[in-house]
Design a protein around this ligand. Sequence first.
Ligand SMILES: Nc1nc2c(ncn2[C@@H]2O[C@H](COP(=O)(O)OP(=O)(O)OP(=O)(O)O)[C@@H](O)[C@H]2O)c(=O)[nH]1
Ligand SMILES: [Mg+2]
Length: 282
Amino acid sequence: MAAVNEALEEVKYVYKSGKLELEAKSVAELQHLIAKVVAATSKRSVSVIVPTYNEEGNVGRLVEAISSSLESSGRKDFEIIIVDDSSRDKTPELMDRHAASGHVAAVHRLGIRGIFSAIMDGVRVARSDVVAIMDADFSHPPAKIPELLKKMEEGGFDLVSASRFTAGGGIDAPFSRKFATILFNSVIRIVMGGVVTDWTGGFHAVRRDKLLNLSFKYPAKWGEFDLELLFRAKKASLKIAEIPFVYNFREEGKSKSAEKFSFFIGYAWLYGKRALQLRFSD
Ligand SMILES: Nc1nc2c(ncn2[C@@H]2O[C@H](COP(=O)(O)OP(=O)(O)OP(=O)(O)O)[C@@H](O)[C@H]2O)c(=O)[nH]1
Ligand SMILES: [Mg+2]
């Protein structure tokens, strides 16, 4: 509301013979003032950014779960930005249907794939100072979003990361995947150091301007961008904190990593290489 009042104060007007006339030196100035008022009135307190690819079984349930989690914590002025890369299932039409109903903004990207670039495009169009980043497949529990935001506000943090490896956190997944994740994360922690306990959780709340100011160097194929995000955040002296969360193995949709052992190897290689690049050659 303060931003709206501030924007309105700049608008000069006169009331003459029953008519309200806006005063501006030029049409451009008037357009600028109107844009400022519109931007201030459409401002949200948080934007939840969700990259999607073939998530038709999750997208509707997710919108409902995020909305009820935020609403029950007293937040009504939120937006959910779904960034889809031309999914081949019904995800695009489902997100459009939700976008028509208010809290959801649908971003359709054509001819491009990538989780990190999708997230960053979502961050760019976000109408809030704080963004929450999460997956669409319920691996990241929507019920935890208010806790991320509360921690950020109360502690004055720039980035709050949800961790599977801090007290109270955990992994609810088949044994092989759980074992591989714990082992893998232990190695990553040795390489990257103890800034955070979870370098690949992918579930965060971040101050939008701080995130946009970080410069990323490496292109990301899957979730390895998380290593660089946390590394750059630390390097830029952002104030970082963690809260615990329990990771849920994807229930709906196809899991790419559970398909083949060779996938695991590819995954480990990609993440391991990125960790070493960041730590020793950056
Ligand atoms: N926009 C966009 N989103 C993607 C792309 N690939 C995956 N996603 C989304 O990014 C999030 C994380 O991807 P997941 O497929 O869940 O990755 P994962 O958790 O490592 O693997 P599984 O859950 O086991 O399949 C999900 O919301 C996906 O729908 C992509 O190319 N573009
Ligand atoms: Mg997943």
